[in-house]
Design a protein around this ligand. Sequence first.
Ligand SMILES: *[C@@H]1O[C@H](CO)[C@@H](O)[C@H](O)[C@H]1NC(C)=O
Ligand SMILES: *[C@@H]1O[C@H](CO)[C@@H](O)[C@H](O)[C@H]1NC(C)=O
Ligand SMILES: *[C@@H]1O[C@H](CO)[C@@H](O)[C@H](O)[C@H]1NC(C)=O
Ligand SMILES: *[C@@H]1O[C@H](CO)[C@@H](O)[C@H](O)[C@H]1NC(C)=O
Ligand SMILES: *[C@@H]1O[C@H](CO)[C@@H](O)[C@H](O)[C@H]1NC(C)=O
Length: 436
Amino acid sequence: MASSVKLFILLPFLSLFISTSLAQTSFRPKALVLPITRDTSASTPQYTTQIKQRTPLVPINLTIDLGGGYFWVNCDKSYVSSTLKPILCSSSQCSLFGSHGCSDKKICGRSPYNIVTGVSTSGDIQSDIVSVQSTNGNYSGRFVSVPNFLFICGSNVVQNGLAKGVKGMAGLGRTKVSLPSQFSSAFSFKNKFAICLGTQNGVLFFGDGPYLFNFDESKNLIYTPLITNPVSTSPSSFLGEKSVEYFIGVKSIRVSSKNVKLNTTLLSIDQNGFGGTKISTVNPYTIMETSIYKAVADAFVKALNVSTVEPVAPFGTCFASQSISSSRMGPDVPSIDLVLQNENVVWNIIGANAMVRINDKDVICLGFVDAGSDFAKTSQVGFVVGGSKPMTSITIGAHQLENNLLQFDLATSRLGFRSLFLEHDNCGNFNFTSSV
Ligand SMILES: *[C@@H]1O[C@H](CO)[C@@H](O)[C@H](O)[C@H]1NC(C)=O
Ligand SMILES: *[C@@H]1O[C@H](CO)[C@@H](O)[C@H](O)[C@H]1NC(C)=O
Ligand SMILES: *[C@@H]1O[C@H](CO)[C@@H](O)[C@H](O)[C@H]1NC(C)=O
Ligand SMILES: *[C@@H]1O[C@H](CO)[C@@H](O)[C@H](O)[C@H]1NC(C)=O
Ligand SMILES: *[C@@H]1O[C@H](CO)[C@@H](O)[C@H](O)[C@H]1NC(C)=O
C-alpha cells in the first residue's frame, strides 16, 4: 500500500520534470554570445574567449583566430568526458573537414595549427557537447548546448605559445566546421557572426543583430564585399584548397584625404594567391608590404609635420609623445583611410587605432609594421606574413580593429564594419548578465 501512495506522489513530479526538459531542448536561440578578453600574458596580446565543453561541463579558454579554419583543444592533458566521440573516416562529419588523413583506428584527422607560433601537428577529429550563452541581442541569456560539436584534438606542442591558461584556438574562418558554421547549423540561424575586440573586454556574437552596446550598433554598419583568395594562406592545407581567411578589397589608401601613390598590383590577389588585404585577430598590428609601408609612413610624417624620433621595434615611425595632442578619438593625427569598392566606401582608421603609445619611452608610434623589417621577419607572430615578399600585402591587425564592430555575413559574403568611437560607444559595453 505504502509503495502505491509513493508512486502517486512521484508521478506529477516526473511529468513536470519531463515537460521542462522538453521546453529546454525546444528553445531555439536567435543568437549566441561569447565574452572576449584581451590577454597580455604571452609575448604579444591575444584575444581569448571561454566556452564550456565536455560532460561534466568544464570552462575552456581559447585564443580567437578570426581566419582559423578549425576549433581545436589540447587533448594531451586531462581530457575527461563521458560524451567524447571519435569521428570515423567514413562519416559525413569527416568530409566536412575536407580531410585526406585517416589514422590506424579509422579516425578522421586534420592538422590543428597554432597560427601564433606556426606549429602544427596531426590530430584526431572528435565531437563532444559544448554549452554557450544565448542572447536576444540586448543582453546575454540562458545557456544552450550543442551535442556532438566537432573539434580537432591538439597537443601540448601546438598549445605552446598561447596565453596563460589557454587550451586551444577558436577558428572563425570560412570552413564548414568553424565555430560560426557549426552554431548556425545547430540552431538554424543565419551564418553571420560579429566580433568586437575591446582594449580589455569585448564580445563575439553568432547570428544576426541587434548587437546592443550603448546603442544597437548593427544599425550603423558600412558594407564591403568579402573576397575569396583562391589559394590557401594557412600554414597547413591541402593542395587546391582556398584560403579560409577574410580578405577585403582595398583599392587605395588616403592619408589626410590625399591619395598615397602605391603599386596597386600589390592590392589585388593574383592567381598564386599573392597580394590583397586580409583581417587578422592574431597579428597584434597591421603589417604592410615594404613599399606600401614606406609610402604610407612618408605621407603620414609629411601630413603630421612633426619630427620623428628613434623608432621603437616593431614600429618604424615614432614621435615624441609631447609633440602630439590627444582627444576622445585618440591622438590627433592625420586620418588614414582604406578606400574600398568605391571612393565613398572608406574604412577610416582614427588616431586611437592608428597610434601606439610606448609609455616607458615617452614615445608614440604609427602602429603599422613593415613586413620587411627585421622584427617582422624574425617574429613568430604572423610568420606567413613577413618578409620582403609577403604572401598578403596588407594584414589588418588587432590594434587597428579595437573598438570596431565587424560583422561577417557568410551567406552574402560581405563585411559590415563601424568604429564604435564614432558613436561614443565601445566594445566593452555589451551587457553580460550572470543569470542562468
Ligand atoms: C532591446 O533594446 C532596444 C533598444 O534599447 C529596445 O528598443 C528593445 O525593446 C529591447 N528588446 C528587448 C527584447 O529587450
Ligand atoms: C580563463 O579566462 C578567464 C577570463 O579571462 C580568466 O578569468 C580565467 O582565469 C582563465 N582560466 C584559466 C584556467 O586561465
Ligand atoms: C608592382 O608589384 C608587382 C607584384 O609584386 C611587381 O611584379 C611589379 O614589378 C611592381 N611594379 C613596380 C613598378 O614596382
Ligand atoms: C610644418 O611645421 C613648421 C614648423 O613647425 C612650419 O613652419 C611649417 O609651415 C609647417 N608646414 C606645413 C606644410 O604645415
Ligand atoms: C543587463 O541586463 C539585465 C537583464 O535584462 C538587466 O536586469 C540589467 O539592468 C542590465 N544592466 C545594465 C547595466 O543595463
